[in-house]
Design a protein around this ligand. Sequence first.
Ligand code: THU
Length: 133
Amino acid sequence: MTELELIKKAKEAAKMAYVPYSHFTVGAALLCKNGKIYTGCNIENAAYSPTNCAERTAFFKAISEGEKNFEAIAIVGGKSCNFTDYCTPCGVCRQVMAEFCSKDFRVILGKNGEDFRVITLRNLLPDSFTLKE
Ligand code: THU
């Protein structure tokens, strides 16, 4: 599974985003160490705070299916599936990643075209709070 293949799955997932309030569509594709992929989109709510980010949708789908080992996640985000810039994960999603992933977990940021960036969780959330290690 190449970075661009995973980004393509994130772009597909973004089409499912439920975003009547922000119109900001986000898609994520989470690659497990066993090769399985779980996708997610953001799901908004009229009360705002129940909104779930695409990354957490993907993680919670995977974890609820028994997955525990994660390799990488591809993320795309932009207004109405126009991914003009990289979309970095919010702080809450970074904390969820820190709960389930090692510091070497790779976060792949995609956008329109074929450019992408890769950041490790180590660099995205240094000194994260965890009860493990
Ligand atoms: N959003 C995500 O899905 N992931 C992030 O990491 C950042 C924000 C969503 C939440 C909301 O539906 C929309 O983007 C605008 O904030």
